[in-house]
Design a protein around this ligand. Structure first.
Ligand code: IPE
Ligand code: IPE
Ligand code: MG
Length: 252
């Protein structure tokens, strides 16, 4: 049988779950002498394209970092414009996402958001709950440490209530209380904007993710960059602590 060309990505080499730290909006705007907010606005287009690209390449789960726990510390005007942009983006994009069979969910400290945004989020989640295409998670007011502390709190309360015993707490029980409890761990993390750090994203879930950093600023992240990330991922050998030789032996 003829071998597939080296550039072709077989289903097995496409990550099941991609997480993205969408960074660089502010710098994109500054380079054009525009206010930072213009960069966030331009970033919405890159979100739309990335969702389309993920669905097109057969990715099952896509998780986007839109606003971190720490981003509350930004100037009040930037935060309030960003929150307004989230409401507007939901108003504009949800019908199309629904038509494309996308299941949309939000993770993060929802109670910290404005009532109007919470309403839009809840409506979008309800509308798309039974969709069977791409699972799209958007992290807003999310922090990896917050997520872990919330899980610990829930487990402690369950022990207090006599629902479980302290000994029942293992990695599986802990993971089941995290925001992405029913989502497989990300296989690939993409960070745009040139920084090489995790910035308090999915600290627990990224334990074994392959990480692809690129210098492109988020508003300019398009299909060529997405495909470069897939190409990088397809060439990784995921060892999970084993040796390369062990994995080669299993293949034979
Ligand atoms: C990422 O872009 C978007 C958010 C964090 C909300 P930035 O706003 O961090 O852009 P830079 O890093 O300042 O260029
Ligand atoms: C990470 O970007 C958060 C999001 C992309 C939402 P930041 O721009 O906030 O990260 P730092 O501050 O440079 O680490
Ligand atoms: Mg940034």
């Amino acid at each position: 049988m003829a071998e597939s060309p080296p550039t072709a990505l077989s289903a097995a080499t496409v990550p099941r779950h991609i997480a993205v730290i969408m960074d660089g909006n502010g710098r994109w705007a500054r380079r054009r002498s525009l206010p930072r907010h213009a960069g966030h606005r331009a970033g919405v287009k890159a979100v739309r394209e990335t969702v389309e690209n993920a669905a097109k390449h057969g990715v099952d789960y896509l998780t986007l970092f839109a606003f971190s726990s720490e981003n509350w510390q930004r100037p009040r005007e930037e935060v309030s414009k960003l929150m307004g942009l989230f409401v507007e983006a939901l108003r504009r994009e949800v019908a199309e996402l629904h038509r494309n069979n996308v299941r949309l969910r939000f993770i993060g400290a929802r109670d910290q958001l404005d009532a109007k945004l919470i309403d839009k989020i809840t409506a979008a989640e309800t509308l798309t709950a039974d969709n069977t295409g791409l699972n799209l998670q958007v992290a807003v007011a999310y922090g990896g440490r917050w997520d872990i502390v919330e899980a610990a709190r829930t487990l402690a309360a369950r022990v207090d209530a006599g629902d479980i015993r302290q000994d029942d707490i293992d990695e599986e029980a802990f993971a089941a209380e995290l925001q992405l409890a029913d989502v497989p761990d990300p296989d690939l993390l993409i960070r745009t904007g040139g920084e090489h750090r995790i910035s308090n994203f999915l600290l627990w879930n990224l334990a074994y993710a392959e990480i692809w950093f690129c210098d492109v600023l988020w508003p300019e992240f398009g299909e060529p960059e997405f495909e470069s990330a897939l190409g990088f991922y397809a060439q990784r050998q995921r060892r999970y602590g084993h040796t390369g030789e062990q994995l080669e032996a299993v293949k034979c």
